[in-house]
Design a protein around this ligand. Structure first.
Ligand code: COA
Length: 170
């Protein structure tokens, strides 16, 4: 089985926030940001697997700061762990100050994508070998997050989520 690095799936999308994409407070509409995140994750999943990919779940999205109209928004997605056919993708969102160019993190999310064949049947994908400290940290937590997502979706019995349960026992 082939093993790939998280950096091989790195996807960076940079775009403006235009007036038609905002809410009543002139900040980026949440659904628009989710769409940009989903697109970046989809490309990252495709780069990792080189297959057709579909969104299986959006596990966690944190809107920590609003994004004003006119902002330059950068969405950065990278596969953090691959399982048999599914991949966890971490996505970080930044805005940059117009004058200084300094970047502020405004949002992060964790998505699960599944690689499928032309009939929609899940297919095996390459594994991941993390390199940086952050990549290793995200890799190590991914199995627990997969179990939580499956439990919440009613696809796994809580009692079978061994690694997730261990979080509460230790
Ligand atoms: C995602 C999908 C392919 C999964 O199909 P399935 O019949 O449930 O297949 P499986 O049960 O074998 O699951 C396949 C993989 O997805 C994982 N998975 C399925 N649902 C999941 C969830 N809610 N959270 C995390 N992982 C999930 C399984 O654990 C399995 O992972 P593994 O192969 O790496 O161990 C199917 O549900 C689907 O096509 N959903 C619609 C996708 C879609 O249209 N997305 C939006 C537009 S792109």
């Amino acid at each position: 089985m082939i093993t790939k690095k998280p950096s091989e799936s790195l996807t960076i999308l940079t775009d403006l926030v235009l007036p038609g994409e905002t809410n009543y407070l002139d900040n980026l509409f949440g659904g628009e940001l989710l769409a940009r995140m989903d697109r970046a994750c989809s490309i990252a999943a495709r780069r990792h697997s080189r297959r057709i990919v579909v969104t299986a779940s959006v596990n966690q999205v944190v809107f920590s700061k609003s994004v004003p109209v006119g902002s330059v928004v950068t969405v950065e997605a990278k596969v953090s762990r691959a399982f048999k056919s599914s991949m966890e993708i971490y996505v970080d969102v930044w805005i940059e100050d117009r004058q200084s160019g300094l970047k502020t993190k405004v949002n992060e999310g964790i998505y699960t994508f599944v690689a499928v064949d032309e009939t929609g049947k899940p297919v095996e994908i390459p594994q991941i070998s993390p390199e940086t400290e952050l990549e290793k940290e995200r890799f190590n937590g991914a199995l627990r997050r997969k179990q939580l997502s499956l439990v919440l979706a009613g696809k796994m019995e809580p009692n079978d989520a061994t690694e997730l349960k261990a979080l509460f026992i230790n």
